[in-house]
Design a protein around this ligand. Sequence first.
Ligand code: B12
Length: 661
Amino acid sequence: METTQASQKSARRRLTVILIKPSKYDDEGYVIRHFRGVLPSNTLACLYGLTEALKERNAFGKDCSIETKIFDDTVQKVPVKKIIRSQCLPANRTVVALVGVQSNQFPRAADLARKFREGGLQVLIGGFHVSGALSLSQNISPEIQELIDLGVSVVKGEVEDTWGSILGDALEDNLKPLYDFLDKKPDLCNQPVPMIHRRYLKRFVTSNFGTIDCSRGCPYNCSFCTIINVQGKAMRTRSADALARTMRENLRRHGIYYYFFTDDNFSRNSNWRKIFEMLIRLREEENIRIQFMMQVDTQSYKIPDFIKLAAGAGCTQVFIGMESINPDNLKAAGKAQNRVKEYRDMILAWHTAKIATHAAYIIGFPFDTPESVQADVTALKDELGVEQASFFMLTPIPGSYDHARMLHAGVYMDPDLNKFDSFHETTRHPNFAPGEWYAAYRKAWSSFYSYEYMRQTLARANPQNYWNIFRNFIWYKNSAFIEGGHPMLHGFFRLRDRCDRRPGFVVESRMKHYARRCRELRHLAREWISLILVMEELWLQTRKRSEAELRLTAELKRIRQEANRSLHAAELRLAYLRAKAHVPDLCIPSRLTFALRDFNLTLAKRVTYSRADLQGFWNRTWKSWRRRQLFKIRPHRILLNFMRDVQLLVLFMRALQRAEP
Ligand code: B12
């Protein structure tokens, strides 16, 4: 009996599938990795879902178990050595799949692939770089050929229909050098839906935020885009029922209720109406109140019912492919569907439905100049009034018509794919001197995300959207100004692995590295303190106040003017009583609360519209200290103002966390 069991055990095979989403290197050769990310990878979830579906139906027979492990290089260290060691187990086949590799991530992915190949593991690579680079060219580009020569298998196209057969080949240790599925685009209707992994989700700032693609493809012809040449112009869509099942499950298991629909163009998804109606039904019949943001084109506002149903379905923000406000640029980019004259009506249509707008804006089109870029940013703010903008530098991404044309014409392109992330100059622009293009791009960010524009935007935001916009501002300010990169790449609190440095960069000694890290951390702490204070001030100035609170503040102001000094407890109580006469549901605090007013959080919030007076006090105190005019410093005022500042900070943090005024 024992022998039979042992032989049965040894006959059992195991396939370990390691799914890795590679990150990219920064300009100093360190992997861009954060303690907490913002957007979980949809491609990772997609391949995880496909693998789990194979596992569930015992795709390789009952004697073969499948184990899936997922790693996201952008938020965690990939344990390369440990993965290689695990291959040594008997009857175990391990395959490493580098997933969703974009051009800017290709160098990092290639370095990981080399290490795994050196360890003797089977390696697959797929995603937009290999699919795009091989879509418009008959020849295999050198960087991809190099990987094939190392024994890495390259997968071109989507794999919903074919993932099982690829893994079957891996099980037999018989992977092909190149899999080409570009002409066999899968119908998505009843395919397994991206599946979210609980532990993975914990690595993101908000664990109730998910990504999902409801459709693929885009019917337009933009010359800078690779999607049309990889996913095609014919839209393919998931069924509303499958999406509903996933959303219910994600809410139940992970508490996810906010989604980023990653579809490149949700408005051209032929199933949009059914999906919106499904989301409305979830709200009305099951009280599942999903919220989401989606990407749309500039013409989508004209589709009958589209905006109305989007609002009803829970859309809070649209990411609009505006790209430029210069018609000549749009023409040059093959984006004839964008009509600049209609932009204002379009934004108004979304605003009327209380949906915030986020413009995708590309800098470096043929007719751009340093001056025109700044004028365009001003127009985005003052004429169009979009709540947010994401700026990109025009980049000839492999797989786009721009790249094919430039390659054919022998135009200079930077050979380092790591820079193809849309915030590096990768070609030369006739209207910008070297460095000037990047400077114009940086200036666009600082001009758009100025204090004054953020204040205006938050002041006019509708209450349902206030916190979404506010939190996005924190994310964008952190990425663009503290991390110095692009929000679509950066999360919170940058990690730097001393040893995981790009080949060609020297690994620093421990001493040198930690001394540098200390300086960086000090700088980071300073930047974060000032960001928090700026955001606190924005909140104080713009937060949505109830009628009761407005009435109360007016009363307080009136009494204070009459008294011309800070108010006594009895006067504060009088203000409450007067306000209550107009707003009966106003709750009056106890007498003790009034007596302890300086330490009372509720009162502090209600009477403060700005911390300018506190800031003024700290500036004056600091000045006196530096001039050694110690007689001007009052310790009791320092203590009291410190208490007030802490109170406000606590209130701000609580409001931010709970998304309440
Ligand atoms: C949503 C999105 C984002 C989100 C990511 C959200 C997330 N975390 O999931 C955000 C906003 C962060 C983002 C950022 C950027 N993005 Co983006 N993004 C997309 C978008 C619209 C959808 C991605 C998606 O979910 N697709 C659905 C998945 C399932 O498709 P997939 O990744 O292709 O995977 C399938 C196959 O390729 C295959 N596959 C993939 N990997 C592997 C691996 C193996 C082993 C196998 C077998 C198969 C396989 O299987 C999958 C299922 O069939 C795509 C365009 C698109 N329609 O795909 C652009 C796209 C990927 N992004 C692009 C770019 C350029 C960027 C940015 C540089 C900024 C920019 N200019 O837009 C940044 C950089 C980000 C970074 N370095 O991390 C380009 C990439 C082109 C390229 N060659 O590099 C694309 C193609 C858009 C375009 N305009 O051309 N992006």
